[in-house]
Design a protein around this ligand. Structure first.
Ligand code: FE2
Length: 457
């Protein structure tokens, strides 16, 4: 697959611009990063003479093919490229490290454009020439959500009022997309970023919460409000310093006390804004760590949300239904993500942890609904088969419960496949679940095949 290669290239560019900022252009660390860019570009070019990266509407194309997963994973960086006026970057073999240095300096804010084996904005393809992707609408909804969160994060940091219009529009399109193509939405919701963990986590939580809300019968208006609450549930974390959020070991009492303030900070910031669904969204932010049995934080006074609870039977909980749904989605995404202080758990293990917490930290009905929504092998699970192949689960619910649909991404010899192969699995062939990679596989290709019903024997 080209995804790992293009990821290496973009990571090398990100490293190079960071090193330039810290060490300057002549330091050996920066020079090594320039060479890494050249090596990664040469790998991508392969036996061809050149390759072109095009950036358009937050989407990155390699030659004419949209890189759906990559576009989301590097969404912030792609936005910065667009802000620098970059429409395309042509790499010609053999790519020179010095030209890559010039590219990094330009991206970092320098005036001089690169040249030689790295050429900007020459022969950019018009939109009409680029291949469409079936997940484009979904990716735009995801991207718009990230952009909205970045700007809200900036407002929380600077203490200015939140303007929720952008976030509301993003949630409306997320909702539309989750309804239209849930399989793709679930795959995209496995997207991870260590760079902007909180933002990606929040979008994933919104996707999962909306889908869960739909399953338990919420109407469209409620789903929208639930989505806003889910997207903003951790907005109060923006003020918490990275050294605390990324702390590798056990937190000291002071740092822990600071973390525990984020529900309140978030709720207050949301309440100070204007817009539809503000109050329930603030309640979700306030209650998402409170725990079904009240054992979490902060302590919730015994409010009666009976009117809201008609969709899921109540069993002594005083939390808002939306808070209970978001808490399940939040925990699932958090547990399946690698953090500086712990490894990523497999989706199976995350489901197991949710079950263990049912009736204590989580509403048992919300947990059961979530498990029936995700299936035995939640979308994005990496399954080791008895012949050594690795497949990524796509669907194991409904008609696919007995024979889950999965995409083989690694063959029996350990080779990564250029294109994943869709199969219907005999569950007896699954020998293990292996920990997730740091991000989702590109869903566009899979969704196309899924629609066409193309399966290998
Ligand atoms: Fe949180």
């Amino acid at each position: 697959m080209t995804e790992p290669a293009i990821r290496s290239l973009l990571l090398a560019i990100r490293r190079a611009t960071a090193h330039l900022r810290i060490y300057g252009p002549t330091h050996e660390v920066a020079e090594a990063a320039f060479r890494d860019i050249a090596d990664a570009a040469d790998t991508l070019i392969g036996s061809a003479a050149r390759m072109m990266i095009t950036v358009l509407d937050h989407t990155l194309y390699l030659n004419r093919a949209p890189m759906a997963g990559i576009s989301l994973e590097f969404n912030g960086m792609i936005g910065e490229m667009e802000a620098r006026g970059v429409e395309s970057i042509m790499f010609e073999a053999p790519v020179q490290a010095a030209d890559c240095g010039a590219l990094a300096r330009f991206l970092q804010g320098g005036d001089d454009r690169p040249g030689g084996s790295v050429v900007l904005n020459e022969d950019s393809w018009a939109r009409v020439d680029l291949n469409d992707s079936p997940t484009e609408g979904l990716r735009h909804a995801y991207t718009d959500s990230l952009v909205a969160l970045r700007s809200l994060g900036g407002a929380v940091k600077s203490g200015t009022g939140l303007e929720l219009g952008q976030a509301s529009r993003a949630v409306r399109s997320l909702l539309e997309q989750v309804v239209a193509q849930p399989e793709a939405a679930f795959l995209l919701a496995t997207m991870k970023s260590h760079h902007e963990y909180t933002f990606y986590h929040s979008v994933n939580t919104a996707i999962l919460a909306i889908a869960l809300g739909r399953l338990v019968g919420l109407d469209h208006d409620d789903l929208f409000v639930l989505g806003v609450g889910a997207l903003l549930h951790d907005i109060g974390k923006i003020g918490v310093s990275a050294s605390i959020l990324e702390h590798p070991g056990r937190l000291g009492p002071e740092a822990w006390a600071e973390i525990k303030l984020h529900p309140q900070i978030g709720a207050e910031a949301i309440l100070a804004a204007a817009g539809h669904g503000i109050e329930p969204a603030a309640v979700v932010a306030y209650e998402h760590h409170a725990g079904f049995d009240g054992s979490g934080y902060p302590t919730i006074p015994n409010h009666d949300h009976t009117a809201r609870d008609r969709h899921i039977a109540k069993s002594g909980a005083s939390l808002h239904l939306f808070s209970r749904l978001v808490a399940v989605a939040d925990t699932y995404d958090a547990v399946t993500t690698r953090r500086s202080y712990r490894r990523a758990e497999t989706p199976n293990r995350a489901v197991h942890l949710l079950l263990k917490g049912a009736g204590r930290s989580h509403d048992p009905d919300a947990v059961n609904a979530f498990i029936s929504m995700m299936g035995i092998h939640p979308p994005g699970s990496r399954l080791l088969l008895d012949d050594g192949r690795i497949a990524v689960a796509i669907q194991s619910t409904g008609d696919s419960a007995s024979r889950p649909i999965a995409a083989v991404v690694v063959d029996a010899d350990g080779n990564t496949l250029a294109q994943p192969v869709l199969i219907q699995l005999d569950p007896r062939r699954i020998v293990d679940q292996i920990p997730p990679l740091h991000q989702s596989i590109d869903p566009s290709y899979l969704i196309e095949r899924l629609r066409d019903g193309i399966f290998a024997a």
